[in-house]
Write a new protein. Structure first.
Length: 99
């Protein structure tokens, strides 16, 4: 896969722009596919993804890591609340009028 300079500029711009999870997934999949294709045809004349492209993708992943960690914290809090409610139901039974 040969990357043009316009593709490289676009990729660098996208790496610094806020993107959706779908956009990040698409970029990760695109770069992963390029790496797989190039590793299968290493004798080919085609250029491998540049280090800059790979670093841009890794930087985008790292920027999303904080959001993922905050989401994990929220999920952990919600699970603790659910478990607390379940424990309360086990010890006190369902609320009046519950069928």
């Amino acid at each position: 896969m040969e990357l043009s300079s316009s593709h490289h500029k676009r990729t660098r711009h996208e790496a610094h722009a806020p993107t959706s999870k779908d956009g990040l997934d698409r970029d990760i999949n695109k770069n992963a596919a390029a790496v797989v294709i190039e590793s299968k045809s290493s004798s080919s004349n085609r250029a491998q993804p540049s280090s800059a492209d790979i670093m841009d993708t890794l930087q985008r992943i790292l920027r999303h890591q904080d959001t993922i960690l905050r989401s994990q914290d929220t999920i952990t809090i919600h699970l603790a609340q659910i478990n607390s409610c379940l424990d309360h139901l086990k010890s006190h039974g369902p609320p009046p009028g519950y069928h």
